[in-house]
Design a protein around this ligand. Structure first.
Ligand code: PMP
Length: 404
């Protein structure tokens, strides 16, 4: 069954054939929608085309597809049972591992998706403070529930009424936002760096991170780090730990279990009581297989220094792309941590160059994205990146010819 045939069938039985951010219909016709398999840092689409993958399934695959230690842990748990009448011992083991790994964590609660975790973190903050308002950065993505989805379709204004926006990295703007809802701030929610789609990424200013911490303390509000996208690719201890800033609550998901579905909120002792008062649950939240995969993933990242491997590969990719862009006469911006990279073309407001280049990359066996950040995995070896750079070089050459 080809990609084209599957799309045609999907159109009849799935709204739009595909919905959400994975909808490939907006791209050039050859852009794959359906995938057959993955192995290490490679994926194959249903038409049999092989790609060196720099999206890593949009973040979850951090050790490479079908990593033996993770697959073995998952299979061992699957043989015992996955969805039982209650969690397995693995839930306690995983919570202990998070508490041991993350200095701001005294407890953990589990769910399935990043949106579950951000939503649950805000519930804990509201339960703790008895307040309603949440300060969030303008344009930040915290998930797809009605309170945070970027599209208003199907939601009511009421569902967003308790959000007050500030400008990322501007302490002045954060303080001004707080002042408009004086006395009613339950939480400040913040991603560890600015990774909004369609824009160059922006690392956090350490003074902003420290200022947000101090403001939350002064207001008696919770500082929530949404580490769903960046977690386990910057610092296993939490992405603001290098700045010495510890949140009250952290939302985790994506890379936590190398592709198995799981999310978590971790929090401090002070919030344990309020967390206990919530009614929050889900039919599949306590499935043991994903928990076993999460434990194996975090232990493997720790034991093999997986983040250092991603940093090496990410640096090689960034340096290679800069050199190639220059030699083909392009000015490009590469922003964000090297483990969560992105490239934009200077002066490419309508993204036409990025769209053409990323499509050319696909044709040369390199899967990346024109308007969303990419993800490195610990499975990207020096040889893999070198092979990918051959593809990107040809893509730059074709892009130059196309726009000449
Ligand atoms: N927060 C951030 C920062 C994210 O990047 C995402 C997912 N892209 C989410 C929350 C929501 O996660 P999920 O799609 O698993 O619900």
């Amino acid at each position: 069954m080809t990609d084209a045939e599957l799309r045609e069938r999907a159109l009849k039985v799935v709204p739009g054939g595909m919905y959400g951010h994975l909808n490939a219909a907006i791209f050039a016709p050859g852009y794959p929608q359906f995938f057959q398999r993955g192995e290490g840092c490679r994926q194959w689409d249903v038409d049999g085309r092989e790609y060196i993958d720099f999206m890593c399934s949009w973040g979850p695959v951090v050790l490479g597809h079908r990593h033996p230690r993770v697959e073995e842990a998952a299979a061992r748990q699957l043989a015992l049972g996955d969805c039982l009448n209650g969690p397995g011992p693995i839930m306690v083991e995983l919570a202990e591992l998070l508490v041991d790994t993350v200095p701001s964590a005294d407890w953990a609660m589990f769910s399935k998706n990043g949106t579950d975790a951000t939503t649950q973190a805000l519930m804990v903050a509201r339960a703790a403070t008895g307040r309603t308002k949440v300060l969030m950065a303008h344009g930040a993505y915290h998930g797809a529930d009605p309170w945070c989805t970027p599209s208003p379709a199907g939601t009511t204004p009421n569902e967003r009424a308790d959000l007050v926006e500030f400008t990322y990295n501007s302490l002045e703007s954060l303080e001004a936002a707080a002042a408009t809802v004086e006395g009613d701030v339950a939480a400040i929610i913040c991603t560890p760096f600015k990774h909004d789609s369609f824009e160059d990424q922006e690392l956090v200013e350490p003074a902003f991170a420290r200022g947000a911490r101090a403001l939350a303390d002064r207001l008696g509000a919770a500082l929530v780090i949404d580490d769903v996208r960046a977690g386990f690719r910057i610092d296993l201890r939490g992405s603001w730990e290098p700045y010495g800033v510890r949140p009250d609550l952290t939302a985790w998901s994506k890379a936590m279990a190398n592709g198995y579905p799981i999310a978590a909120v971790t929090g401090t002792d002070a919030l344990r009581g309020p967390a206990q008062t919530l009614y929050t649950t889900g039919s599949f939240w306590f499935s043991a297989v994903a928990m076993a995969a999460a434990k194996a993933t975090i232990e493997t990242l720790r034991d093999t220094d997986g983040i250092a491997a991603m940093e090496r590969a990410g640096t090689q990719l960034r340096e290679g792309l800069y050199a190639q862009a220059k030699s083909h006469g392009f000015v490009v911006n590469q922003t964000g941590p090297v483990t969560i990279p992105w490239l934009s073309f200077d002066g490419d407001a309508d993204l036409s160059t990025a769209l053409y280049w990323s499509d050319a990359c696909l044709r040369h066996g390199v899967y990346l994205h024109p308007w969303h950040n990419w993800f490195m995995s610990a499975a990207h070896t020096e040889q893999d990146v070198a092979r990918a750079l051959e593809g990107t070089d040809q893509a730059f050459a074709e892009t130059r010819t196309h726009f000449a």
